[in-house]
Design a protein around this ligand. Structure first.
Ligand SMILES: [Zn+2]
Ligand SMILES: [Zn+2]
Ligand SMILES: [Zn+2]
Length: 334
C-alpha cells in the first residue's frame, strides 16, 4: 500500500491524519484553481448565476481538447481518442485531489443530460464504465475506490455538466472503514450481514424492491436519504448486472428528484476495498442536500434530520409511482 507523500509543498494533494481526532484529510492546494472552484462553501462553488461564465464547458462534446487526454471512451461509431462521437468518456481530473487517482466519468456529451435521462443502452454503458474504472484503480494498487456524483448548487459540484468522479485512495476512507467494522461486529454478534438485516427490517421504509432494493435508513443523516443495494448479499459493485443496476438507479434518482423538487444531492457508492477481510454488502447512498450542514453536525458528527424516514419513504414511493403513471400515459398516447 502506498505511503502518503511527505512533501508538504506538493501541489498534487497529500493525505494527512489529525492525531487528535484520527480524521483523515487530503490537503490539495492545486484544486483551488479549478473552474468555479472557490475553496469554501458549496454555495459559492456553483451559485445559480455562476453559469454565466464565458468559459466553454470542457465536458461538452466538441471540447475534448479542454480536458487532459482521455483514459478511455466509448465511441459506437468509432473515431480517434479525444475527438467527438463518444457516449461515455473518462478523463483524469485536471485538478486531482490525489495525483493519478482522481478521474472524471462523463456519461453524455450533452450539457444537461442527467444519468436518469439516459436511454437503457447508454445508462448500462455508464454503469459498466463505473465498474471498469473502479476495477482499474483497485488493480493499479488503490486501497479503495469511491465513486461520487455531486449535483446542483450546494452539492460541491464545480462544473454543471453532469459527471461522476472516481477517487482512488491509498487508504480505506474513514466512513468505509467504520462500515467494515460494523459488518464485522454484527456478524460476530448475530452471525448475519448487517445490511441484509437492515433491508429485511426496512418494512414501511421500503421504497421499491426487486433485484435491487431501495429504502430510507431508520437513522437517516439527510432528509429523504435513500439507499440502494442488491437484494442478494454481494460485496462488490463490480459483480452487479449493469443493466439491472442502471434501471434501479434511474428509478431511485427519479424518485429523489421528484420527492425533493430537484434538490441538490450527493451520491456515493460504497463497495468492497481492494482487500476485504470480513463481510461487506455494496450499496449506493443518495444524500439530498435540503439543508446546510451546520456547526452541531460538524462539531459532533451527529446529524439532525427534520423529515421522518417513514414519511420520506412514502413520498419517495409516491414519486416513483408518479413516474410509472406518466410512462404509462405516454405509452397510451403513443
Ligand atoms: Zn457541458
Ligand atoms: Zn448482506
Ligand atoms: Zn455506506
Amino acid at each position: 500500500m502506498d505511503q502518503p507523500t511527505t512533501d508538504a509543498t506538493s501541489p498534487r494533494g497529500e493525505l494527512r491524519r489529525n492525531p487528535v481526532s484520527g480524521k483523515l484529510a487530503i490537503i490539495a492546494p492545486g484544486r483551488a484553481a479549478r473552474p468555479h472552484g472557490a475553496p469554501g462553501t458549496g454555495a459559492q462553488a456553483a451559485a445559480p448565476g455562476a453559469e454565466t461564465t464565458p468559459a466553454p464547458c470542457p465536458f461538452c462534446g466538441g471540447n475534448e481538447a479542454l480536458t487532459p487526454p482521455e483514459v478511455e471512451a466509448r465511441r459506437p461509431e468509432g473515431g480517434a481518442p479525444d475527438s467527438p462521437g463518444w457516449t461515455v468518456r473518462v478523463v483524469p481530473n485536471k485538478y486531482p485531489a490525489l495525483a493519478g487517482m482522481h478521474e472524471v466519468i462523463l456519461h453524455s456529451p450533452i450539457h444537461d443530460v442527467e444519468l436518469e435521462d439516459l436511454g437503457d443502452d447508454d445508462l448500462t454503458a455508464a454503469i459498466a464504465c463505473y465498474q471498469r474504472r473502479i476495477g482499474a484503480q483497485l488493480d493499479a494498487g488503490a486501497a479503495a475506490a469511491t465513486l461520487v456524483v455531486n449535483r446542483g448548487a450546494g452539492s460541491g459540484a464545480s462544473l454543471e455538466h453532469p459527471h461522476a468522479q472516481l477517487f482512488a485512495t491509498p487508504v480505506v476512507p474513514s466512513l468505509l472503514q467504520d462500515e467494515l467494522m460494523e459488518f464485522d461486529r454484527h456478524r460476530n454478534r448475530y452471525g448475519t450481514c448487517v445490511l441484509c438485516d437492515e433491508i429485511a427490517g426496512s418494512g414501511e421504509r421500503l421504497v421499491f424492491c426487486g433485484e435491487h432494493v431501495a429504502w430510507t435508513p431508520l437513522a437517516s443523516r439527510f432528509s429523504h436519504e435513500l439507499w440502494l443495494a442488491p437484494a442478494a448479499h454481494v460485496a462488490d459493485v463490480r459483480d452487479a448486472d449493469p443493466a439491472l443496476l442502471g434501471g434501479a438507479l434511474r428509478r431511485a434518482l427519479v424518485a429523489v428528484r421528484t420527492a425533493t423538487a430537484g434538490a441538490p444531492f450527493n451520491l456515493w457508492i460504497h463497495t468492497a476495498p481492494a482487500v476485504l477481510r470480513g463481510a461487506f454488502h455494496w450499496h449506493i447512498e443518495i444524500a439530498p442536500r435540503l439543508s446546510d450542514i451546520a456547526g452541531f453536525e460538524l462539531g459532533s458528527d451527529m446529524a439532525i434530520v427534520d423529515v421522518d424516514p417513514l414519511a420520506a419513504a412514502a413520498a419517495l414511493r409516491e414519486a416513483g409511482g408518479a413516474l410509472r403513471r406518466r410512462q404509462n400515459d405516454r405509452r397510451r398516447e403513443e
